[in-house]
Ligand binder design. Structure first.
Ligand SMILES: [Zn+2]
Length: 357
C-alpha cells in the first residue's frame, strides 16, 4: 500500500469514538462467540470486519440447508460438505479478514469444558462473551462465567419476528440469573425450529449486540446500553425496560454461587440408552412439562401423541446422521430420550431446537 493510502479500517477510524488508537485497541482484543447460528454468524461477521484481533467460536452443530435463510456466513457448499458450523464460519471469516485470528471449537459446551474452551484457563481469556445460543442452560452457564471472571456478557435472543438484547456488566446488576432463575421447562417457549424466525430480525439484534461489544472493547462502558431492549419488527413495537439494580437475593451475582458452572444445575447428564438413542436427564428446569402444549407445537413438524406419562413424537428433520427422522420421548419431569442418534451432542442440539429451555 502506498504511503497515505487509506487502510482497511479508514471509515471506522473516522468515527470520533474509534480513531487510530481505538482501532489499535480493537486489534488487541478478544471476543468469544458461543453458538454459530443466526446471531453468532451475524455478530462474528461484524466483529471480524471491524478488526477485533481475536475471535473464538464454539458450536456443536453441522450446517444444514434450512440455516441458509438467516445464517449469513454459510453457503450451499458448506451444506454439501456437511461442515461443522464453527469450522465453516472460521473459514469464511478468514476470507473476509485474514488479520483476525479466529479459533473454532466444534464442541458441546457444558460445565466440564466451559472455562477451557473460552480460554479462561490461559492468560488470553476473552474480553467479552457474546450469546449466539438457543437455550437457557447455555446462557446461564455463560452468565456464571461472566460474573466469576468479571467479563461482560451480551445476552441476545431471537424467535419469530421478535428480538431481545441485554448486557450483563461485571460487578453490575442485574445478571441474567436475576431475571431467569432456572431454564424454562422444555417445550414452554417457542424456538426458531418450531415457531420460525425472520432473517431481518436477526440482522437487527446481531447489529445491536456487535455495537454494544465494540463500545465495551473500546473502553466506553459509559456509552453502553443499560436496559433490556425488546422489539417486534413485524408489529413495529419496541420497548426499553430499565433494569433495577436488584440482585441481593441472586445466587450468582449476589452470593457468587456458580451453580451452572459447578454442574449443580443445567445440562447435567446425557447417556447412551439402547442401541440408537440418547437419554437427557431433566435439565434443572422449573415445573413439570405441559405435554399437550408441547405436542401442539411439534405437530407441524411430524407426529406427536401424548398419554398420561409421556409424549412421543416422530419429526422429519433434515438428512444427516438421523436419516431424515428423529424420535423424541419426553416425560413430565423433563427427561427426554432422543431416538435415531448415538451422539450426545446431537441429542442435546435436537432438544434445544425442538424443546428449547
Ligand atoms: Zn444476578
Amino acid at each position: 500500500m502506498s504511503k497515505g493510502a487509506q487502510g482497511r479500517y479508514h471509515r471506522q477510524e473516522l468515527l470520533p469514538d474509534v480513531g487510530v488508537e481505538g482501532q489499535r485497541r480493537l486489534g488487541a482484543s478478544h471476543a468469544l462467540i458461543l453458538g454459530c447460528g443466526a446471531l453468532g454468524c451475524g455478530v462474528a461477521d461484524q466483529l471480524t470486519r471491524a478488526g477485533v484481533g481475536r475471535i473464538t467460536l464454539i458450536d456443536r452443530d453441522v450446517v444444514e440447508l434450512t440455516n441458509l435463510q438467516r445464517q449469513v456466513l454459510f453457503d450451499e457448499q458448506d451444506v454439501a460438505e456437511g461442515l461443522p458450523k464453527a469450522e465453516a464460519a472460521r473459514r469464511r471469516l478468514n476470507e473476509i479478514n485474514a488479520q483476525v485470528r479466529v479459533s473454532a471449537h466444534v464442541a458441546d459446551f457444558d460445565a466440564s469444558n466451559a472455562e477451557r474452551l473460552c480460554g479462561f484457563t490461559t492468560d488470553a481469556g476473552p474480553d467479552v462473551l457474546l450469546d449466539g445460543t438457543d437455550n437457557f442452560a447455555a446462557r446461564l452457564l455463560l452468565n456464571d462465567l461472566a460474573i466469576k471472571h468479571a467479563v461482560p456478557y451480551l445476552y441476545a435472543g431471537v424467535v419469530g419476528c421478535r428480538g431481545m438484547q441485554m448486557t450483563v456488566f461485571p460487578g453490575g446488576r442485574p445478571c441474567l440469573r436475576c431475571l431467569v432463575e432456572r431454564p424454562p421447562a422444555p417445550g414452554t417457549l417457542p424456538t426458531c425450529d418450531t415457531a420460525g424466525v425472520l432473517g431481518a430480525v436477526v440482522a437487527i439484534v446481531a447489529g445491536v449486540q456487535a455495537a454494544e461489544a465494540l463500545k465495551l472493547l473500546l473502553g466506553r462502558e459509559d456509552l453502553a446500553s443499560r436496559s433490556l431492549l425488546e422489539f417486534d419488527i413485524w408489529r413495529n413495537q419496541r420497548r426499553r425496560i430499565e433494569m433495577s439494580s436488584a440482585g441481593d437475593g441472586c445466587a450468582c451475582c449476589g452470593r457468587r454461587q456458580f451453580d451452572y458452572l459447578d454442574g449443580r444445575l443445567g445440562e447435567t447428564s446425557a447417556r447412551l440408552c439402547g442401541r440408537d438413542a440418547v437419554q437427557l436427564a431433566g435439565m434443572g428446569a422449573e415445573g413439570p412439562v405441559d405435554l399437550e402444549a408441547l405436542a401442539a407445537r411439534l405437530r407441524p413438524h411430524g407426529e406427536a401423541t401424548v398419554n398420561r406419562f409421556l409424549l412421543r413424537a416422530t419429526l422429519s428433520c433434515e438428512a444427516g446422521d438421523d436419516g431424515g427422522e428423529v424420535g423424541l420421548t419426553v416425560f413430565r419431569d423433563g427427561r427426554t430420550i432422543v431416538r435415531g442418534t448415538t451422539r450426545t451432542e446431537r441429542a442435546r442440539s435436537l432438544c434445544a431446537k425442538y424443546l428449547g429451555g
